[in-house]
Ligand binder design. Structure first.
Ligand code: ZN
Length: 244
C-alpha cells in the first residue's frame, strides 16, 4: 500500500490542488489527513470538498474544532481569530457537519494519525522531550502528526534515552527500521512554517518501509490574492511567501 499524508491545508486551495496533482502521479492507494483543513486561507469549502472527495481518513485539527465549537476562538491570537470568524461564516452546513464529525485520532492498518500529539490534539511536538508523551501512548510503530507545520520526524528505540529529531524542511526519506518507533510530520500543505514556502506532503510505502517527505512549488500569489480579496488579515497572506 502507498499512503498519501497531508496536513494543515488551512483553506489554501492552490496549494492543495498542486499537492493532489503530485499525489496522483505518486500512484497512492489511500489518503490520510491530519487536520486543520480550514482556518487562515480563503477557500475553506473547496478544501473540505477536495479532502472529502479523496475519501481521506481525516482527524480533526484545532482550527477545524474551533470553527464548529462556539467560543473556542478565544484561544487564538487576534489575526487567527479573525480568520476563524470569517471561516465560520463561509462554511456550508455540510462541511461544518463533516468537520464536527471528525475524531482527534484514527488508526488505519498499523498507522496512527493525530493532529498535535497522540494524548492531546492541541499539543505542539517540537522537541524530543515533547515527543516522548506520544511515543509512550503509541501501540503502533508508526504515527503521523501535524500542527507545528514543520516537516520532520522523531525516531525512538524505547530506551531511557530521548528520541532523535530529524528536521527536513527540504524534504527527505525516512527509512523505517526494526526496533524503532517513528513519529512523522509531513509538514503543512497550506501554510509551511519551517522556512520553506513550498507545499509539503508525505508518501508512506509500507512494502518499502519508507516515508518520503516532498516539497513542491505552488501558485503562492494566487493563494494570497484570494485572501486579499476575502479581506483576510494581510500578514496571514504575506507569510505564505516566506514559509513562516
Ligand atoms: Zn495548523
Amino acid at each position: 500500500m502507498r499512503y498519501a499524508i497531508i496536513s494543515d491545508i488551512h483553506g489554501n486551495l492552490p496549494a492543495l490542488q498542486r499537492v493532489l496533482v503530485a499525489l496522483d502521479e505518486e500512484d497512492v492507494d489511500c489518503y490520510l489527513c491530519l487536520g486543520d483543513v480550514v482556518g487562515y486561507g480563503a477557500s475553506p469549502n473547496e478544501c473540505c470538498q477536495r479532502v472529502r472527495q479523496s475519501d481521506a481518513i481525516c482527524v480533526r485539527g484545532n482550527h477545524d474544532a474551533a470553527v464548529v465549537q462556539p467560543r473556542k476562538e478565544d484561544w487564538f491570537n487576534p489575526e487567527a481569530r479573525a480568520c476563524l470568524l470569517w471561516t465560520r461564516q463561509q462554511l456550508t452546513p455540510q462541511n461544518r457537519q463533516w468537520l464536527a464529525s471528525l475524531n482527534s485520532t484514527a488508526q488505519i492498518d498499523d498507522v496512527l494519525l493525530c493532529h498535535g500529539s497522540i494524548p492531546d490534539p492541541d499539543y505542539y511536538i517540537t522537541t524530543p522531550q515533547g515527543a516522548v508523551f506520544s511515543f509512550e501512548a503509541m501501540a503502533t510503530s508508526l504515527a503521523f502528526f501535524g500542527h507545528t507545520h514543520y516537516a520532520e520526524w522523531y525516531a525512538y528505540d524505547g530506551t531511557e534515552q530521548l528520541p532523535s529529531q530529524h528536521s527536513h524542511p527540504d524534504g527527505g526519506i525516512c527509512r523505517l527500521e526494526e526496533g524503532y518507533q517513528y513519529l512523522i510530520n509531513p509538514g503543512a500543505v497550506g501554510q509551511p512554517r519551517d522556512g520553506n514556502p513550498q507545499a509539503s506532503f508525505a508518501v508512506y510505502d509500507d512494502e518499502r518501509r519508507e516515508v518520503a517527505i516532498r516539497r513542491i512549488d505552488y501558485d503562492i500569489p494566487a493563494a494570497q490574492q484570494k485572501m486579499f480579496a476575502a479581506g483576510l488579515p494581510q500578514s496571514m497572506a504575506l507569510r505564505l511567501s516566506l514559509g513562516i
